[in-house]
Design a binder for this molecule. Structure first.
Ligand code: 5GP
Length: 179
C-alpha cells in the first residue's frame, strides 16, 4: 500500500462523471423494479455510505435503507479472502427484494460472502449495485447487476472509500500516489 505521507490523490473519476453515472444507475434500477413494491437498499459499511445516500435519493421506487458491515481477516488467522460479519442487518429480509450497494469489488470475496449469507435468509431476490470493479483482480466470478465503472488495479480513495480512514469525503475518486 502507498504511504499516506504528503499524498495528494490524483483524480481518476471526477465528481461530475460519478454524478452522471449514479443518475443512470438510479434510472435503470427504478425502471427494473417498477411495480415490484418496496426494495431494501442494503449498504455495505463503511465505503458505500455516500453512494447509498446519493443513489437512494435518485430512485423513483419505494425503498427502505439497511446497513451491514463486514471486514476481511487481516491477522493471518484465516485463509486469505475469508470475510467476517461485523454488523448484521437489523430487520428480516425474508420475502423482500434486496439490492446490495457496495463501493468496490476487488477479488470478489466480500460480495460473494454477502450474497451467500443473505440468500440463506430467503429474500424474494438479491441483486448488486457496485460503484467500482477492479476487473483484473477478480478471484471469485460474480454477476454485478449494476456497475458504475471498471478500474485498474490501483488503491482508490474518495466518495466513501478510504486509505487508513482518510479521504472518504473527497467528492471524486482518486488514486493515492505511491511515495
Ligand atoms: P474484495 O473482497 O472484493 O477483495 O474486496 C472488497 C473490499 O476491499 C472493499 O469493500 C473495500 O473495503 C476494500 N478495497 C479493495 N480495493 C480497494 C481500494 O482500491 N480502495 C479502498 N478504499 N478499498 C478497497
Amino acid at each position: 500500500m502507498p504511504s499516506l505521507e504528503n499524498h495528494a490523490p490524483k483524480i481518476l473519476i471526477s465528481e461530475d462523471d460519478i454524478s452522471r453515472r449514479v443518475d443512470e444507475l438510479a434510472a435503470e434500477i427504478s425502471a427494473d423494479y417498477a411495480g415490484k413494491g418496496e426494495i431494501v437498499l442494503l449498504g455495505v459499511l463503511k465505503g458505500a455510505f455516500i453512494l447509498l445516500a446519493d443513489l437512494s435519493r435518485r430512485l423513483t421506487i419505494p425503498r427502505s435503507i439497511e446497513f451491514i458491515a463486514v471486514s476481511s481477516y487481516e491477522d493471518g488467522s484465516m485463509p486469505s479472502g475469508a470475510v467476517r460479519l461485523v454488523m448484521d442487518v437489523r430487520g428480516s429480509i425474508e420475502g423482500k427484494h434486496v439490492l446490495i450497494v457496495e463501493d468496490i469489488v476487488d477479488t470478489g470475496h466480500t460480495l460473494h460472502y454477502l450474497i451467500d449469507m443473505l440468500k440463506s435468509r430467503e429474500p424474494a431476490s438479491i441483486r448488486t449495485c457496485v460503484l467500482l470493479h477492479k476487473e483484473h483482480s477478480t478471484e471469485v466470478e460474480l454477476d454485478i447487476d449494476y456497475l458504475g465503472f471498471t478500474i485498474g488495479d490501483e488503491w482508490v480513495v474518495g466518495y466513501g472509500l478510504d486509505y487508513a480512514e482518510q479521504d472518504r469525503t473527497l467528492p471524486y475518486i482518486g488514486v493515492v500516489k505511491p511515495q
